[in-house]
Design a protein. Sequence first.
Length: 277
Amino acid sequence: MKNINDVIPDIHKRMTTPAVIKQDNLDTFVVNTVDLLKRYLEQERNQGGRTNLRMSLIGRADRRIWMDINRPKKENVLSLSMLMRFLYGSIVEELLLFLVKEAGHSVTDEQKKVNISGVDGHIDCKIDGEVVDVKSSSDYSFRKFQKGFDEDNDDFGYIGQISGYAEAEGMDRGYFLALNKSSGDLALLEVSDIDLINAAGRIKHIRSFLKDTDNRPVACKEPIPDGMSGNMQLARACVFCEHKSDCWPTLRAFKYSNGIKYLTKIGKEPRVDEINV
């Protein structure tokens, strides 16, 4: 049996060594990709409304979870760019698993349903017997898969997510296999028992604050200074949150050449176009 730590060089070797594709691997990739396209194009997608607590959410900040469950956003249509990012990210992840199999590594338990304390989740797979979550990521996120996460940079709660999957499977570690969508680089990150959280304990804590439907937890992150302008901008962890304008009612958004900046306090008016939050 191969070792998961060799999966990236083995993928490289397979891609530079011509050989007949294994039919089973190809068939599975085609079936999974077709199923994925059908989910995106034929089925109703949850684009707002009530959210149930899921394993993929338990690593998020307390207020984000509270808002998701107790103050869900009304249904809205996602932008084309957002839908495209979701779609090709999912296809890229299927392609990556296909290459893992072609490189001779064992891939089992794809989308296996797991449960801890009544909270469901689905692991992406096991590679060589290890719990793995497959991610396609931006340059910014990919650096974390290379260097590791900490409390301050786990914007999407990935450590909580992999902790739940590993705990449900009775394992003391889990892995992320990540692909940088911009550069094509791959990274394999092991999350050991030192970094894993107690998922069952986390779920108990979440349920305790969700009971109070009137008082939300403290803000996830405080705004940070925007250079020397005197303005205050959203912390990066809050930028992609759909509840940001609820947490910061005076929030304004400005379009800079390098992206959108969300300001919670303005001492000096920006000289760029303002856009809707």
